[in-house]
Design a protein around this ligand. Structure first.
Ligand SMILES: *Cc1c(COP(=O)(O)O)cnc(C)c1O
Length: 333
């Protein structure tokens, strides 16, 4: 009943990096092409539709940024108030700007994401306000459609799916989608699910919650994932892995995706490709395999980081063609 045009995002074949890495059949799913710039829209549209159906009068979420941007957009579209709790000082400017522009009430709490999510759970238990974090099962129902699209585009499930893991809702949703499509005989096989956390925020890899998760990749800066067990199930049932990548590996992947593929995603998104590079270095042979990396959100969310992390200098010159000729880097004529 409601839509801002979410889903149906492109699956783009790698033009350079796959060849260089020995993975000729490498694809990127560009979830940054969703209306608010991340995959969160797929689940949010269902969560908000269901909230309306139930007669809910308001929605609420805790967010590292993208969930609040998405909740705020669909709330605006449906004329519902949205309350968003964000951890103080941990949300990228572009995401905060979105929540404000869409008219959500933004409440900053002096605590990290995990603290904010606990508060939202308590608040929504006390008031007639619908919780729209991924603990809301309607979110995962929407998010699983990305797996359907991957299968539709490739003609079958890939051999491997690389995906960032934060609160672990998305890896859970993809696995659910792949299994359902398999049952419906829309695919003949299931992919190995390869999830990647940031090293400083890797509770699933370490096997215990992290009190103060740290990483440059704010969308996966989560110390106690809500969908922990279902992420383990996705890993184990698929014969995949959940591993960690360092911030340096994430930033390398972030740079490479932009400069060699034309894909500018946010740092958390780059954890999937960083994970692929790490797995290849560790000896995984993907030469004959179909591999999909999920690029979960757009790089435009955090322009400050791009400018500081990419550290490319701009050159200032006099406004003459000669001055430009003196500095322009181009092939010799
Ligand atoms: C939410 C988000 C993630 C993490 O997804 P989970 O479902 O929390 O594991 C990764 N990347 C981006 C861009 C996100 O917005």
């Amino acid at each position: 009943m409601i839509s801002l045009g979410e889903g149906d995002t492109p699956l783009v074949k790698s033009n350079r990096l796959g060849e260089e890495l020995g993975v000729p059949e490498l694809y990127f799913k560009l979830e940054g092409c969703n209306p608010t710039g991340s995959f969160k829209d797929r689940g949010m549209v269902v969560a908000v539709a269901k909230a309306l159906e139930e007669g809910s009068k308001a929605i609420m979420c805790a967010s590292t940024g993208n969930t609040s941007a998405s909740a705020a957009a669909y709330a605006a579209y449906c004329d519902l108030p949205a309350l968003v709790l964000i951890p103080k000082g941990e949300v990228a400017m572009g995401k905060l700007a979105q929540a404000m522009a869409y008219g959500a009430q933004v409440i900053m709490v002096n605590g990290n994401f995990d603290v904010a999510l606990d508060l939202v759970r308590e608040f929504t238990a006390r008031h007639a306000v619908t919780l729209v974090n991924s603990v809301n099962p309607n979110r995962l129902e929407g998010q699983k459609t990305a797996a359907f699209e991957v299968v539709d585009d490739l003609g079958d499930a890939p051999d491997y799916l690389f995906i960032p893991v934060g609160n672990a809702g998305n890896i859970t949703a993809y696995w659910k989608g792949f299994k359902e499509y398999r049952l419906m005989e829309r695919s003949s096989r299931l992919p190995k699910m390869m999830g990647f956390q940031a090293e400083g925020a890797a509770p699933i890899v370490r096997g215990e919650p992290i009190a103060n998760p740290q990483t440059i990749a704010s969308a996966i800066r989560i110390g106690n994932p809500a969908s922990w067990q279902s992420a383990l199930d996705a890993r184990d049932e698929s014969g995949g892995a959940i591993d960690a990548v360092s911030d340096d590996e994430i930033l390398d992947a972030y740079r490479l995706l932009a400069s060699k593929e034309g894909i500018f995603c946010e740092p958390a998104s780059a954890a999937s490709f960083a994970g692929l590079v790490k797995a290849l270095r560790g000896g995984l042979n993907l030469a004959g395999e179909k591999v999909v990396c999920i690029c979960t959100g757009t790089g435009l969310k955090d322009p400050d980081l791009a400018v500081s992390a990419l550290a490319t200098k701009t050159i200032e010159v006099a406004p003459t063609v000669q001055a430009i000729e003196a500095v322009a880097q181009m092939p010799v004529e």
